[in-house]
Design a protein around this ligand. Structure first.
Ligand SMILES: Nc1ncnc2c1ncn2[C@@H]1O[C@H](COP(=O)(O)OP(=O)(O)OP(=O)(O)O)[C@@H](O)[C@H]1O
Ligand SMILES: [Mg+2]
Length: 259
């Protein structure tokens, strides 16, 4: 298990995730936006990491690169022993399908497909035979306790159920890592708690979980907290030192009353 503060360095291939001096620059006409400015981070198998930081600090940019949905402008990214920072789109799609389970704030389900079909899709892309694919999708729905809703379309499910379908879709390929960008951002607090109970359980069962959150209670579920400010990692601490990074109010929370 990795303690906080470890940058990826020589031997990057030993970690599940290792990034070194990662930069992402968006060009908007003549203007350049440096969304990430030299990020170093290593994450090992079975870690449970919360990424926090103000709006616009680069959290989603980092998650999208970790999830092979985007590529860095500069720097190295090693995933499961393979250098993925320089792969082309097709190669990235291949790696993504095998190594990554990604959960989005807004679920990203196909509206016209049943829960079962949504969960099967990553295996369709992979070319898994239909019977095998269906069985795997049903197992994944069972993991998120949704077998009774397998035939429902997204608009026939509650928000929490939709997110559970999305989590089943992320799990169906047995990925190396589960990445979630504000997975409870569109859910009420009770439902958020249920979704987080599910992430906690998936971590206990051996999965590696990295999630982005704005909420203190959710960050405190993780075992390690990484704070990002202005495209740089400003703190990286184990959960028992969470007070150091969660002391100030997070976005969307009221500051404490003045004494
Ligand atoms: N496609 C893009 N083109 C140009 N600039 C972008 C693009 N995506 C993000 N940015 C900029 O990069 C910076 C980081 O954005 P990012 O979405 O990573 O922030 P975030 O930490 O996820 O914020 P939030 O908490 O609001 O989701 C912001 O300044 C944003 O405006
Ligand atoms: Mg974001």
């Amino acid at each position: 298990m990795t303690a906080g503060g470890n940058g990826a360095s020589a031997g990057s291939e030993k970690h599940l995730i290792a990034i070194r001096d990662l930069w992402k620059t968006y060009r908007m006409g003549a203007e350049e936006v440096h969304a990430l400015r030299g990020v170093d981070l290593a994450i090992d198998r079975n870690e449970y990491v919360a990424i926090i930081g103000p709006s616009g600090s680069g959290k989603s940019t980092l998650m999208n690169i970790l999830g092979c949905l985007d590529t860095p402008t500069k720097g190295e990214y090693w995933l499961a022993g393979r250098r993925v920072s320089d792969l082309d789109d097709d190669e990235l799609a291949f790696i993504r399908n095998r190594e990554i389970g990604f959960v989005f704030q807004t679920f990203h389900l196909l509206a016209r497909a049943s829960a079962l079909r949504n969960v099967e899709l990553p295996l369709v892309y992979r070319g898994t035979p239909a019977a095998e694919r269906r069985a795997a999708a049903l197992r994944a729905l069972e993991e998120v306790e949704l077998t009774t809703r397998a035939g429902h379309k997204p608009n026939e499910l509650s928000g929490g159920q939709r997110q559970r379908v999305a989590i089943a879709r992320a799990l169906v390929t047995k990925p190396s890592i589960l990445l979630a960008d504000e997975p409870t951002g569109n859910l009420d607090s009770t439902t958020s708690g249920e979704i987080m109970d599910l992430f906690d359980r998936l971590h206990r069962e051996g999965n590696t979980v990295v999630l982005v959150t704005h909420e203190r209670d959710i960050a405190l579920r993780a075992r390690r907290i990484v704070a990002i400010h202005d495209g740089r990692i400003s703190a990286d601490v184990p959960a028992d030192r969470a007070a150091e990074v969660l002391a100030g109010p997070l976005e969307g929370q009221r500051p404490p009353e003045a004494p």
